[in-house]
Design a protein around this ligand. Structure first.
Ligand code: FE2
Length: 379
């Protein structure tokens, strides 16, 4: 079955069953970081995110500070503790900087909570109503893999900048955006033999469907391997691939992540652009570091994927990868980890019809990741 057939089958299943957890999209992604002020500077300078909202001592919040940054539909929140008693410290001590919250935009946060709890979700936060002069928001939350959580955000009765408790954050320093539009997918790394546990969790608790699967034969090099299953919600707006390590001659990149994150967590966020050449050129000039692939990849590219609109030399110069499926092609590139622990990184993606995830690039890509692992002594 090709991906188009899979999508229409999913739509039919949902029409028949009724989606018990309708999701409008990603609301925001919140990171716990050691120094939110400096992280915000990095995401503005390097990635072109814009200042949006702030919460901290100046707004009467004594325990933590949060900076909200936006670029088109993408919203990220960078949160840091303001004293040693904050439980955020426990998360930071164990995991380092990383994703704590994947917040999902819903019409009914109370129902989202009761439906998922009834299906076996572990509660993080019962529905809470927060309000200010701009209206009210209801949020609730459940745990997913590791210490990561999903919050359900109902904001149909709110017209403030972000959430109650935040003030609009205006800054004099506002570097230009880099063309990032929305979050295409977010990938979780889970432990040995845990992938199917979490695939079942997303199926049972959140009503997701397994869109695609990759086994260790698809994703392996001479040294390391991984397995992956892509989970999607009913309307396809939320896609969560789940990776687990697989046995190879040396250490899998997933195992390296789990060792350094000290547990399961978000591996990468894929950010979509309409012009990957312009976006990656801008990101590189601002200091974002990307993985590179051997030049031979581009010598064989046309043979593998056929004609494309882009100039191959330009793609080769930037290190952008291309893959094709039944519906079109896609261009993608991966950053190096964005903190000292080799954990979280970003993918930049442009889809030209293709709905898949770059299976044809796995081998070239993983050889590149292994070269970096070898430098870190963790292969
Ligand atoms: Fe990805």
């Amino acid at each position: 079955m090709n991906t188009k057939d899979v999508s229409s089958t999913i739509e039919k299943i949902y029409k028949d069953a009724g989606d018990f957890l309708p999701l409008n999209g990603t609301d925001y992604v919140e990171f716990y970081v050691g120094n939110a002020k400096q992280s915000a500077h990095f995401y503005k300078t390097a990635f072109g995110f814009q200042s949006l909202a702030y919460k901290g001592l100046e707004t009467g919040c004594r325990d933590y500070a949060s900076y909200v940054l936006a670029q088109d539909k993408i919203r990220i929140v960078l949160t840091t503790p303001l004293n040693s008693k904050s439980p955020i410290n426990d998360h930071l001590r164990k995991h380092g900087d990383g994703v704590k919250v994947i917040a999902l935009w819903v019409d009914d946060a109370t129902k989202s909570y009761s439906e998922t709890i009834a299906r076996g979700a572990k509660s993080f936060m019962e529905p809470i109503k927060e309000e200010d002069e701009n209206g009210y928001v209801i949020r609730s939350g459940i745990y997913t893999y590791g210490e990561t959580i999903h919050l359900f955000v109902e904001r149909k009765n709110y017209n403030g900048t972000f959430l109650p408790g935040y003030k609009t954050w205006q800054t004099d320093y506002n570097p230009a955006p880099t063309g990032l539009k929305y979050i295409d997918h977010m990938v979780g790394n889970v432990g040995w033999n845990e992938m199917n546990t979490w695939v079942d969790y997303y199926k049972k608790v959140m009503g997701f469907i397994n869109l695609l699967s990759f086994d260790d034969k698809d994703i392996s090099t001479e040294y390391s391997a991984l397995m992956s299953k892509v989970m999607s919600n009913g309307n396809g707006r939320i896609k969560f691939p789940i990776n687990e390590p697989a046995k190879g001659k040396k250490k899998s990149q997933i195992e390296e992540y789990i060792d350094f994150y000290e547990g399961q967590g978000v591996q990468h966020l894929a950010l979509a652009t309409d012009n990957i050449i312009e976006t990656v050129t801008a990101l590189k000039s601002r200091g974002v570091e990307f993985l590179t692939v051997p030049h031979i990849y581009y010598e064989e590219l046309l043979k593998r994927i056929g004609e494309i609109d882009e100039n191959i030399a330009e793609l080769a110069n930037l290190g952008i990868l291309v893959d094709r499926d039944d519906e079109g092609y896609m261009l993608q590139i991966f950053t190096k980890p964005v903190e000292d622990r080799p954990t979280l990184f970003y993918e930049i993606i442009q889809r030209k019809g293709a709905t898949s995830f770059g299976k044809g690039n796995f081998k070239a890509l993983f050889e590149s990741i292994e070269a970096e692992q070898a430098k870190r002594g963790t292969l």
